[in-house]
Ligand binder design. Structure first.
Ligand code: SF4
Length: 175
């Protein structure tokens, strides 16, 4: 039987570019295609069944509420934990599970963080576009990708289902 990790590589390195090629012609379907890739990736990562405590929790900048001008990119612990956005809750979750926690403003910074931290598994929150391309960039590291919710449109005061974040951490075996 072909190992799940190899199938994940085929999905990310062959099927993903193919779907993005199709997405160039069917623009309205592109986000749906990215969701398919994230879904397939998550299923395959779960099937691989890796357990580790070396987990990185990677968040998008847009989870920080717009009215807060504290700079979180280099140190999320600059957050004063006022509770106006979910950054406070996510810090609590990371502390509780002793995870590495970072905010990334884009793919380049995300890649740099991954290179420095060298996690064995990643729980990543982002929009479908950033998540799907991030999965490809960081393969073969197993990532569970969780799409953010965008009630005010893209990149602005986004939110994430904290239950899904906790579940993904528990899946990997976060203490
Ligand atoms: S919890 Fe408060 S201090 Fe922290 S990032 Fe959100 S708004 Fe800023």
């Amino acid at each position: 039987m072909i190992p799940h990790k190899i199938i994940r590589g085929i999905v990310l390195r062959i099927f993903y570019p193919f779907l993005m090629f199709l997405g160039a012609f069917f623009k309205s379907k592109k986000e749906g295609f990215q969701r398919i890739i994230i879904d397939m990736n998550n299923r395959l990562v779960r099937a691989e069944g890796l357990r580790t405590k070396k987990i990185l929790l990677l968040l998008p900048h847009c989870l920080q509420i717009n009215e807060c001008d504290i700079r979180l990119t280099h140190n999320i612990y600059n957050c004063e934990r006022c509770g106006r956005c979910e950054i406070r809750d996510l810090i609590e979750i990371a502390d509780e599970h002793k995870l590495n926690l970072f905010v990334a403003t884009g793919g380049t910074i995300a890649r740099k963080i991954v290179k420095e931290i060298r996690p064995e598994a990643i729980v990543a929150v982002a929009c479908e576009r950033d998540l799907s391309s991030g999965l490809v960039d960081t393969y073969p590291i197993p990532i569970i990708g969780i799409s953010n919710e965008r009630p005010y449109g893209p990149c602005f005061n986004t939110i994430v289902d904290l239950k899904k974040v906790k579940e993904a951490i528990h899946f990997f075996g976060g203490a």
